[in-house]
Design a protein around this ligand. Structure first.
Ligand code: URA
Length: 433
């Protein structure tokens, strides 16, 4: 087989065979195929697309390019959840104890944050002692005994994707639907769960800015998952503003605890219930959507989700007393109330600008091995639709360090204020099965 023939076939709009896809993916991963030929094929895929069958094969081949997490020793149907990335996105920390308290085993591998979006691991590490570096045996034992454990990314999962993503980044081929979908799904599938619930974000702060593009991406990912025998569902949710009121790390954990204690934080609760319901259905613990939703609401009302979260923290070496007393989480030294010189109604809070401002405060990392200030972040006192009086604080910025003018300016940029109220936001747009 010759790489040039594969490139020409795709350039001419042909469907690639299983053997051709494997030849390319494995050959590129092990360095036998040079970047210039891989780039040419990526560009041909960018213009000619891939059929659902090709996209599934492409994904499977990327999964096969490296290690796979073997969760077969965990009893029951394991369900994973993935978000395409958002600011203030703490949904994983809310839904995992909820569904786990209903008997759905959760063996989750999560990542760290880079750039303007935070990572679940960084949020958890704001809890004193919390350990994400479990051995595989400890991880499996915790899930079997307690139904929930979470580790950092280990092993060499989908190395083909890592290499191809870097190449796409410099060859103008990131924005191809089959390439994005196969990239995300290859990493998820390598994590070994039986079912996957995808939270596909749409809006100004999301990778997919409009609902149509988000729906296309969701359909493509669901099709890949189901073709590769993973029960896959996508929930399309709003990312026109950060999720909830807290953006940072320790303050996001505090907000998770508030939701699990029954505080009805609108967008967080609505989206969490939608995702958690799909996780229960994918596992099979419930077959009826309403029954699942009611049981999840009850898991908050009767404290079982909160107890599960507390047990989870304690199992992984963290200080569980933060649940009863969130003031034990890292506290900032400096605060600044942001007031705008306009009054009216909030029409927009650009999630990306809020994420950047939080990064400037020390809550995120600009480079992979930067240190994080877990106490740093932003509290949004007002969300889209809220009225603002002149001189009223719309947000508070906080950090261990002095609050810089660059963080204040960035956060100020995030707001759009108009004189009349905006339309109400639909937090959950649609579900793709
Ligand atoms: N996220 C990924 O993991 N891959 C893409 O291609 C785009 C976003």
């Amino acid at each position: 087989m010759r790489m040039v023939d594969i490139i020409q076939d795709k350039r001419n709009g042909k469907e690639l065979s299983d053997e051709q896809i494997d030849f390319f993916i494995q050959g590129y991963t092990n360095g036998e195929i040079p970047d210039y030929q891989a780039s040419a094929l990526l560009m041909a895929i960018y213009f000619k697309g891939m059929s659902p069958k090709e996209t599934a094969l492409f994904t499977q081949s990327m999964v096969d390019s490296g290690e796979k997490l073997d969760l077969s020793q965990i009893k029951g149907v394991k369900i994973d959840k993935h978000s395409t990335g958002g600011v203030g996105d703490k949904i994983s920390l809310i839904v995992t104890p909820m569904v786990s308290s209903l008997g759905v085993p959760i063996a989750k591998m999560s990542g760290r944050g880079l750039g303007h979006t935070g990572g679940t691991l960084d949020k958890l590490e704001s809890i004193s002692g919390f350990n994400i570096e479990l051995s595989k045996e400890q991880f499996i034992e915790l899930v079997n005994d307690y139904g929930l454990a979470l580790i950092g990314q280990t092993g060499n999962l989908a190395p083909a994707d890592k290499k191809l993503y870097a190449l796409r980044d410099v060859t103008g081929t990131v924005n191809s639907l089959p390439l994005i979908a196969s990239s995300i799904m290859s990493k998820k599938i390598a994590m070994g769960a039986d079912g996957i619930v995808l939270d596909v974000k749409t809006g100004s702060g999301a990778f997919m800015k409009n609902l149509e593009d988000a729906t296309d991406l969701a359909k493509e990912m669901v099709s890949i998952g189901n073709s590769l025998n993973k029960n896959t569902v996508a929930v399309i949710t709003d990312m026109n503003q950060p999720l909830g009121h807290e953006v940072g790390n320790a303050n996001e954990v505090k907000e998770v605890i508030q939701v699990l204690k029954g505080e009805k934080i609108d967008d967080l609760l609505t989206i969490s219930l939608a995702i958690a319901t799909q996780m229960c259905l994918a596992n099979g613990v419930f077959t009826d959507e309403n029954e699942a939703k009611n049981a999840l609401i009850k898991s908050i009302e009767d404290g079982s989700a909160l107890n599960k979260f507390k047990q989870f923290i304690s199992n992984q070496g963290g200080d569980p007393s933060v649940v009863d007393d969130p003031n034990r989480l890292p506290q900032p030294r400096h605060r600044y109330d942001l007031k705008l010189d306009k009054k009216g109604f909030i029409h927009g809070i650009e999630a990306e600008a809020v994420g950047q401002a939080a990064l400037y405060l020390g809550a995120g990392r600009a480079k992979k091995d930067d240190n994080i200030d877990h106490s740093a972040g932003i509290t949004l006192h007002k969300k889209i639709g809220d009225a603002v009086r002149e001189g009223e604080a719309v947000a508070t910025l906080f950090s261990l360090n002095e609050i810089t003018s660059s963080a204040i300016e960035k956060l100020t940029e995030a707001y759009t204020i108009k004189s009349s109220a905006p339309e109400k936001i639909e937090y959950v747009k649609t579900i793709i099965k």
